[in-house]
Write a protein that binds this ligand. Structure first.
Ligand code: AMP
Ligand code: GLY
Length: 379
């Protein structure tokens, strides 16, 4: 297994190869490539691989617009009658001011393009809306504020079929109790109680399969859902696995993922199955001081071995090795992930791992997974 470019965490399970992905795949004679982040997908990495006859899991550039442009995604949802929040699109801040009156407060403002999870502002009053308009540049989506339980629904797709992964929940706000600005995600958990079977079927029939069919979608289709009183509605599409949702998903996945990935790359997903352990899994993100705003890097990270000796898996995000010392190199630094027999057990195991790790300015949420605690296991 190779990772391009990889990081110090991946280096423990794969050979890290620098450079451009297509060249790296050719050089290593890769039989299958799975794309992680959205930027190369939007730039057409899948199209480039296919043009060379190389097997790859991911959407082409056209389908990746579902994540690359919020306006494209909203117009697509509306045209296809897929449930989503009411919205309007505006060219700039002055048009936004005129449109705001129609929505009342709270209202949701979204920058059109890729923004690493930080292009969305929920404004509770006119002054918050003004402040948001000063930071969000270019075309915007103005959207009805929805309430309900938020669910990350990810399906592996092969152009006509789709295989849902287990549902998970992200924690987007930086502080406990969902306070503070949105981040790329401060933690996630995966638990059978998150989405009922009826809602899972509904999301497959009304959201995932119509999208796969309309776009010949291949790769991971991630629907960020709000489970409202009127049923599930799409908040956003991503065209990749979620971060940090993938960490608890991989921890809980029981089956070998590779046959399903190969099948997806060949348009032969039908008949593939994924199985999940009964017990839930939890990932707590450790972030740098200041994130999601400006942050410093280069802080030494300590305690990873102890955390892993106690049973956690520590996924790396913003780390690097410099002079044989592991240090921070990003806003979200590590994803400390553990499973348990039940949700309280999985939460305790993840935070036990967190307790062994330390770097200057480290901060994290203390309530990851707690939303699931009040829920009966078989909803
Ligand atoms: P997005 O990147 O579109 O998923 O938005 C980031 C976060 O903002 C979501 O995960 C939700 O927590 C919140 N959000 C987005 N759209 C809405 C909406 N229409 N109503 C309420 N919250 C929303
Ligand atoms: N956790 C949300 C995302 O990956 O965009």
């Amino acid at each position: 297994m190779f990772a391009c470019p990889g990081n110090p965490g991946m280096a423990r399970v794969a050979t890290c190869v620098p450079g451009e992905p297509l060249a790296a795949a050719v050089r290593t004679s890769a039989e299958l490539t799975v794309v992680g982040p959205e930027v190369p997908l939007v730039a057409g990495v899948v199209d480039a691989f296919r043009a060379r006859g190389l097997r790859i899991v991911g959407p082409n550039a056209e389908a990746a617009r579902l994540e690359g442009s919020k306006i494209f995604a909203k117009d697509f949802l509306q045209q296809r009658g897929i449930p989503t929040a009411a919205y309007t699109t505006v060219e700039d801040a002055s048009h936004a001011r005129m449109a705001l009156g129609r929505f009342g407060f709270p209202v949701v403002l979204k920058a059109d393009g890729l923004a690493a999870g930080k292009g969305v502002v929920i404004a509770h009053n006119a002054s918050e809306a003004e402040a948001a308009l000063a930071t969000l540049k270019g075309r915007l989506v103005i959207e009805e504020f929805l309430t309900g339980d938020e669910v990350s629904f990810i399906a592996l797709c092969d152009g006509h079929d789709a295989l849902p992964l287990a549902a998970s929940q992200d924690h987007k706000a930086v502080f406990d109790g969902d306070h503070g600005p949105n981040t790329g995600g401060m933690g996630a958990y995966c638990d059978a109680g998150i989405l009922s079977e009826a809602h899972t079927r509904m999301v497959m029939e009304r959201v995932i399969l119509p999208t796969v069919e309309a776009m010949n979608f291949t790769g991971f289709l991630y629907a960020g859902l709000m489970i409202t009183a009127d049923g599930p509605k799409v908040l956003e599409f991503n065209v990749r696995l979620g971060d940090p949702e993938t960490q608890p998903l991989m921890h809980r996945m029981q089956s070998d993922f590779v046959p399903a990935l190969l099948a997806a790359s060949e348009g032969k997903l039908a008949g593939q199955k994924l199985t999940w352990r009964a017990g839930p899994s939890v990932c707590v993100v450790l972030a740098s001081a200041g994130y999601p705003g400006g942050y410093e890097t280069g802080k030494e990270i300590r305690g990873l071995q102890m955390a892993e000796a106690k049973g956690a898996t520590v996924f790396h995000a913003g780390t690097r090795v410099l002079h044989s010392r592991l240090e921070t190199s990003g806003g979200r630094v590590l994803g400390v992930t553990a499973s348990g027999a039940d949700l309280p057990g999985a939460i305790a195991a993840a935070y036990e791992g967190v307790g062994h790790i330390d770097f200057e300015g480290m901060h994290y949420r203390r309530d990851i997974g707690s939303r699931g605690l009040g829920r009966s296991p078989a909803r």
